[in-house]
Design a protein around this ligand. Structure first.
Ligand code: SF4
Length: 262
């Protein structure tokens, strides 16, 4: 029981965006998401019609596959989706930690789990207005609190083991439009600045892969359009003297466009 619904495991490759951009990693992409963003770039891990391709796997089997791909040398494991917090991941994280692996998890912050503090890195990526999804500030706050507390209790009921927070939290907002940029500024002011949480902006890809069911356009990747948005964002941040923001284009889309499994 307690199996993890896995859409794909691939790598080693690099993390393409945010605080860990460029870091070698193996991805564990889980199946299923509580959101349906208009520009979702992983419909194969989101839509129920793709569920037959998702495999229930034990934590041990997932770690076995990760270790095989990694050449049995511990590295960063990126837990992505879909929304990975929908899956029972604590055993996987514990198992990986025992073997020297570190874990990053990316989620939109719509669902909080008490085990978020087990992660080494938590990347919270609240979705902006262009996604078409509602933003619930209290849920994002809950995720930050759960990861920041870092309290570990003895499994035998012997009480509190440590209060040391080990989870590095970062915030990342995809920006497609001016409205998204204003949303990002709000998220920074409301959640990042007071808690000294590193803050990243990602120029969005308006030409995601087709087949989502809510986005069947069959786009050709518009590299020039994405780079133009990145330049606009740099100018926008400079004009506002928004110096706390870090702008990082998605390296994986620049290198591999919309290809899956890289
Ligand atoms: S939250 Fe992420 S995985 Fe889920 S629909 Fe939105 S972009 Fe896709």
């Amino acid at each position: 029981m307690n199996e993890i619904l896995v859409s794909e495991i691939f790598g080693p490759t690099i993390q393409g965006e945010g605080a860990l951009a460029g870091a070698p990693t193996v991805f564990v992409r889980t199946g299923g998401c509580d959101f349906r963003c208009s520009w979702c770039d992983t419909p194969h891990a989101v839509l129920p019609c793709n569920r037959p391709t998702w495999e229930p796997m034990s934590a041990g089997r997932v770690m076995g596959r990760v270790a095989e791909l990694a050449g049995f040398r511990p590295l960063l494991v990126t837990l992505s989706g879909g929304n990975p917090v929908l899956q029972p991941l604590p055993d996987l994280i514990d198992l990986g930690h025992e073997a020297g692996y570190t874990f990053a998890l990316e989620t939109q912050g719509s669902i909080c789990k008490p085990w978020l503090h087990k992660l080494d890195h938590l990347i919270l990526s609240p979705k902006p207005p262009s996604s078409g999804m509602a933003f619930r500030a209290s849920r994002l706050a809950d995720c930050i609190d759960a990861a920041a507390v870092g309290r570990e209790f003895s499994p035998d009921g012997g009480g509190l083991l440590t209060l040391r927070p080990r989870t590095q939290i970062s915030l990342k907002v995809v920006v497609m439009t001016e409205e998204d940029y204003e949303f990002a500024r709000y998220v920074y002011r409301a959640f990042a600045v007071g808690a000294s949480i590193p803050f990243y902006l990602t120029p969005g890809n308006h030409t995601p892969p087709a087949g989502s069911g809510w986005n069947d356009a069959g786009h050709e990747f518009d590299q020039e359009g994405v780079l133009a948005r990145a330049r606009w964002l740099v100018e926008r941040v400079a004009r506002d003297r928004f110096y706390a923001a870090r702008i990082i284009p998605q390296l994986h889309t620049l290198l591999w466009q919309n290809r899956q499994g890289v």
